[in-house]
Design a protein around this ligand. Sequence first.
Ligand code: NHW
Ligand code: EN5
Length: 388
Amino acid sequence: RHKFWETQPVGQFKDLNDTSMPEGPIEPPTAISEVKQEPYNLPNLYEWVTCDMNSEDTCAEVYNLLSNNYVEDDENMFRFNYSKEFLRWALHPPGYYKTWHIGVCVKSSKKLVAFITGIPARIRVRSDVVSMAEVNFLCVHKKLRSKRLAPVMIKEVTRRVHLENIWQAAYTAGVVLPTPITSCQYWHRSLNPKKLIDVGFSRLGPRMTMSRTLKLYKLPDLPVTPGFRKMELRDVPAVTRLLRAYLMQFVVAPDLDELDVEHWVLPKEGVVDSYVVESPENHTITDFCSFYTLPSSILGHPTHSILKAAYSYYNVSTKTPLVQLMNDALIVAKQKGFDVFNALDVMHNESFLKELKYGPGDGKLHYYLYNYRIKNILRPSELGLVLL
Ligand code: NHW
Ligand code: EN5
């Protein structure tokens, strides 16, 4: 059934009930000198390119490939439309490798037809902090699908990761592959219900009129928590402490230092939004919430072309109830013009989803590790990792 994945060091479906297999790396690292030194072969018309995402032209080519060929929902009504600024941010964390931003071009025309990326990350699995690659943005042009190009791209990114002496990876997908460490549910909170219904993202519930629906999802104009404000550079040490302490309780979570937090959570216009609660009494940072901007193209709609979606990222509450903190996140997202706020049932998110009128979506997100076995599938609430 999985001619490629059966050959890879990943958990296999047939081993799911085998309790004798130990947790940890599936195969040991080899000497870097034993890593294949030349790129894998591509079909003759194509060649590998390393994509310099600092180049405006390259970034635009990647953006165009993804905006026309990346992930769609199961009914092909929406397609992720990551912005150029988002792609630059997502691919340039501390310590990134340019060689992990891999394109496939047509030799004759240099047209970009496929893409895959890795970025370095320290991921903790139970007590073990592991250097990994996070693999994302795997995309093959619609006209080149089902030609077994994806396995070659995965092998090539694996080779380039190995050359940096890194032997594990983390990735997510909407499809089931061998084998998920956990499977999460997408939840959606309507901010602009009229538009969501118009474009087919959601439906008028049974026995619901449009005016009842608008009233149901109405939000205040301003956050209610005293001391709730946009995160600033000076908050990085406090937010890092809050996040590190919070993420400790999950079985799988990133190991973030201040440099990571500065990159991944400091607000970046149109990319990532973060808020802190600063105690009006003693000016300490007690809570924090964040979301990233990932619009989707609306396919074939006469009047609307973009769905503006916010995705819940990392949230930590020590004083403000999480429900109130996340309601303030909805309020500021609504004020910024987002149409919908999305979240997975990871971390403590289940505790606010129903209360804040999120509904389950028709999509799932499966999480995977490469070359690292976990004994039992995790509950989504045991996962402390959000990939973009
Ligand atoms: S998930 C988003 C993936 N992208 C899309 O869905 C965009 C639209 N689709 C496409 O572009 C986030 C194509 O359909 C793609 C497959 C390119 C998906 N992950 O070339 P073939 C990520 O980016 C397997 C992994 O003929 P295609 C995470 C499939 O099971 N494998 O198919 C990426 C089959 O193998 P099998 C996937 O449709 C993580 C084989 O590909 C997959 O033309 C990557 C068929 O290949 C997916 N999403 O192209 C893994 N979708 O064994 C990283 C299909 O079943 C691993 N396949 O026969 C770690 C590497 C680093 C290790 C470091 C130590
Ligand atoms: C790796 N970084 O299917 C990502 N999205 O539910 C790659 N559904 O938006 C993997 N089909 O349920 C991505 N509306 C995997 C996800 C791919 C995209 C995807 C789903 C997630 C989605 C929407 C639209 C469905 C359109 C028809 C959906 C219902 C919303 C409703 C709001 C009111 C309360 C009930 C729910």
